[in-house]
Design a protein around this ligand. Structure first.
Ligand code: C2O
Ligand code: CU
Length: 563
């Protein structure tokens, strides 16, 4: 179907010198085999540019799943360097999150498995290695992750035929160097890509079209709107549907943010219109606006980038005949939202965005960074925040720098608290914090606790993230009344409680024998080893057990909990 449409458009030659908008192929089901690969593409003349992608050499496939399904993602790293794969916006356990701690070495496969607990919405996936996120995402590794809902969302009269009236738009600017190779750590991101092509064009139909917008850029914020200034209707934010469509003619998305919009083309058959970024209207201080650094501190090459502060084209659209049975109306209501309640919050936390001074005599550049959070730079071995499971918290983000930073937190969706103190009826996982501004949000940390593996929060400007504008948090289950992560005599036992795996790390190079007893005193497991021991497939019933650890010097007993 999509192929046929594309061929027809090519023949008609309506949009010459344009590239037809590719629709990333959809992957559906419950088991996903993803290969992170590298290869080459030609973007300019005959020059080959090394690129990467997922199941291809440039960008990734769109994963389409149903809420409440349990899925397995087999992520194979076919690169020659480490990678990771993060499910941006998904509520999953830390070990499945794909942050900097879940490294996939070259040739290895990482297979997280989890249930889809999020509401229907538009999410995405991308690498998240410490210090190498910008490199790998810019090189092409990113894809959309759509959750559908066969109970709620399905009842709404919304366009939902992928690639036909439900269209993914992954919008990114990228930088190329003089040799036409992809470049990072530069402010000359002048190449505009939609779904991986430049000068993209789309033939669509005189009906209601749903666009799923993802800003997958490293730095740039877009201010979406149409060349004819027509209204459109936002139906979803980062974490899913709104209560009712919001009418607008501009929509700002910073890196990492998503939105779903409906555009009513029913009366526009035969017309041409363009999707633009009205960047001249962006507030100063935002990457992509005219001025940054408040005229004080500057960013190299910022002024030289002609996209900054200018309006530019993202996608040319030609409206053709409507399909039969097309959606013709904008719905009046969507899905009810119950935001978190201020009265339920039992903890406040403050994150200050500031400049890290590398040397005492080095004056900080409050526009260029490097930036930190609470005066710290990311350290993979330390934990910045410790959160108790099942706690509702209010976070206050204070930006003391001269640029706007899109703050993203893993694990949760939050409600931004407006200036009057009211939690907004919208689910977000990224929020743009303007210079000298403060943003508060409320969220709840539920379902997943892990005493060893943290989640991340960070600036989603990938250059800032890699530069250290990131922190980690643990969600701990304090209701378990026994010692967590037993650590004594050079022996660490974790996680505790465990599910089906238990690790015993020892520092002494001697032989240990391990046994597990149930409360009746029956020995149900035994093994022996030196140094690090991993007990796998411990598929016995939930409950309390006793672990016996015997060396030739001593014998210790520990209480462990299977959950
Ligand atoms: Cu989209 Cu922590 O990232
Ligand atoms: Cu930032």
């Amino acid at each position: 179907m999509i192929l046929a449409v594309s061929m027809f458009l090519g023949a008609a030659n309506i949009l010459s010198a344009q590239n037809l908008l590719p629709i990333p192929p959809a992957l559906t089901g419950k088991i996903f085999d993803l290969k992170v690969q590298s290869g080459k593409k030609i973007f300019y003349d005959t020059t080959h540019t090394p690129t990467s992608g997922i199941n291809g050499v440039w960008l990734g496939l769109t994963i389409i799943v149903n809420k409440d399904d349990s899925i397995i993602l087999n992520v194979k790293n076919e690169l020659t360097e480490n990678t990771t794969m993060h499910w941006h916006g998904l509520h999953v356990a830390p070990k499945n999150d794909g942050g900097p701690h879940q490294i996939i070495e070259p040739g290895k496969t990482w297979s997280p498995t989890f249930k889809l607990r999020n509401n229907a919405g538009t999410f995405w996936y991308h690498p998240h290695g410490a210090g190498i996120t910008e490199q790998q995402v810019s090189n092409g590794i990113a894809g959309m992750f759509i959750i559908r809902d066969t109970v709620q969302e399905i009842k709404l009269n919304l366009p939902r035929t992928y690639g036909v009236d439900d269209i993914p738009l992954i919008v990114q600017t990228k930088a190329f160097d003089n040799l036409k190779q992809l470049a990072i750590a530069t402010n000359l991101d002048t190449a505009i890509f939609v779904n991986g092509v430049m000068k993209a064009s789309l033939k669509t139909h005189a009906q209601v079209i749903r666009f799923r917008l993802l800003n997958g850029s490293s730095l740039r914020t877009f201010n979406f709107g149409f060349s004819n200034n027509q209204n459109f209707y936002q139906i979803a934010t980062d974490g899913g549907l709104l209560e009712s469509p919001i009418t607008m003619n501009r929509l700002r998305l910073s890196p990492g943010e998503r939105a779903e919009i409906l555009v009513n083309y029913t009366k526009m058959e035969g017309t041409d219109v363009s999707l633009l970024s009205f960047s001249s209207e962006l507030e100063d201080g935002i990457y992509g606006s005219k001025n940054i650094g408040k005229g004080k501190d500057t960013i190299p090459d910022y002024k030289a980038n002609f996209l900054n502060g200018d309006d530019f084209n993202l996608l040319k659209i030609h409206v053709d005949y409507p399909f039969p049975n097309a959606v013709k109306n904008i719905p009046t209501s969507l899905t009810p939202i119950t935001p978190y309640k201020i009265a339920d919050a039992t903890k406040n936390r403050t994150i200050i965005f500031d400049t890290i001074r590398l040397l005492a005599f080095d004056p900080p550049n409050r526009a260029e960074g490097p930036f930190g959070m609470n005066n710290k730079s990311f350290d993979i071995d330390s934990i910045n925040e410790k959160i108790n499971l099942n706690t509702t918290e209010i976070w206050t983000l204070i930006n003391k720098t001269l640029v706007a930073h899109p703050f993203h937190i893993h694990d949760v969706q939050f409600n931004v608290i407006d200036k009057k103190g009211v939690p907004q009826k919208a689910w977000k996982d990224v929020v743009l914090v303007m210079p000298d501004d403060t943003v508060k949000f409320i969220t709840r940390f539920a379902d997943f606790a892990d005493n060893m593996t943290p989640y991340m929060y960070h600036c989603h400007l990938l250059h800032h993230e890699d530069d250290g504008m990131m922190g980690s948090f643990l969600v701990r289950d304090t209701t378990v009344g026994i010692q967590q992560n037993i650590k004594e005599n050079g022996v660490t036992i974790y996680p505790n409680p465990f599910t089906d795996e238990l690790n015993i790390n020892t520092t002494q190079n001697q032989k240990y024998s391990v046994a597990i007893y149930n409360l009746l005193g029956q020995k149900i497991y035994a093994s022996s080893s030196t140094l690090n021991i991993k007990l796998e497939t411990l598929n016995f019933p939930k409950g309390l057990y006793i672990l016996e650890l015997k060396s030739n010097q001593n014998i210790t007993y520990k209480r462990i909990i299977k959950q």
